[in-house]
Ligand binder design. Sequence first.
Ligand code: GDD
Length: 420
Amino acid sequence: MVKAVILVGRLQKGTRFRPLSLEIPKPLFPIAGQPMIQHHFEACAKVPEMKEIILIGGYDSDQMRRFAQKMQKEFSIPVRYLQEHESLGTAGGIYHFRDQILSGSPECFFLFNCDICCDFPLVDLLKFHREHTPADGITMMGTDANRKQAVNYGCIVENSDTHEVKHYVEKPETFVSSIINTGVYILSPNAFAHMSTVFRQNYEGNYRDRPMSPVRDSISLEQDIISPLAGTGKIFVYKTSRFWSQIKTAGSAIYANRLYLGLFRQTCPERLTVNEADQPTIIGDVRIHPTADINPTAMLGPNVYVGPGVVIRAGARVKESIILDSAELMDHCCVLHSIVGWHSVVGEWARVEGFPCDPNPNDPLARVNSDTVFNDEGRLNPSITILGKSVFIPPEVIVLNSIVLPHKELSGSYKNQIIL
Ligand code: GDD
């Protein structure tokens, strides 16, 4: 049997996902109509040997436990949320909870970052792990990026015949390799032996000759475990060419929304809305919650998700956007490349628009622009428009490429602004 562990992180101020993460833990933010990590669950449930899924993170809200219960019911696989009381790092969390992960003696376990979207090839990854990786080893899933963007990720140098990882550098300063770490791994139980060495050295205060006083609380899988083990025959890379993207900013959430809606078209088309007589016009991939009320003269798509209780009135146009629960789009408004927050209202003939942060279509190795929402001078980078919870946009105004914090009532048009 195998298990899966999803690292869900913790609530932090100043996240690149604000203001959306003010309302909901980022891993639960809906992408293509379901929480970001529910896509991980769907992929895990397709692995026949999957016996348990464990979430590890620092959120202390009941929300995460309720979500775990819901997933357990939906996928008929035991699901647990294990709470870290301090930030233990990407290796620290799994090491701390190793007894729980290893209970029942799994052959190995998948490990996922929560903030990625992917057409997860888990069965193939498991097959690769069984065929290539030693009993105390780690398999990483890698993918290609272009030279310029690769440095923003963990970079992997492989032996292209054996796929052994010869060298690994986390977010290097200069180009190392175009194979990047996707944040998906398989670990054999004996991989904890390497972690135990690192933890012992850490507590002795002399890990890798770095003086450590006080002892670090947090241990990184990438820097403290994989990097030193590269080149020792313990780490192997499985490369995928399926879609993969990080979800760091709200802009990348729109892009991930598009990717998952496109996946649904192939794997579960019944989730998507089709054109019908006397119903709104649908273009491309659109998912609408059954409780949404949409006027038949509205036009939606491509790449739109409409959440529960949303009302979309006559002649409204929505494209490349996520409309969250109970929002209201009034007559003839236009919402493009934007996220409309819970209970927000967009007035009649208003225009809410962002600039897409799509990867360069002429570069097959380009990744979505996951740069921070703010640049070094504190100005807004090109990004989508985000309306936080309960925002009111009056009729006939234009809100372009701006972020509106929750509970704001705008009185005019805005461009490239953060409205506090
Ligand atoms: N439980 C827990 N505890 N989770 C954590 C902690 C922690 O202390 N620290 C980070 N995480 C989770 C985050 O929620 C996220 O899902 C994942 O671990 C990695 O987060 P970061 O540490 O922010 O790294 P990153 O996203 O910038 O880079 C990582 O992912 C890239 C792919 O998206 C690295 O693994 C890169 O090498 C990789 O390319």
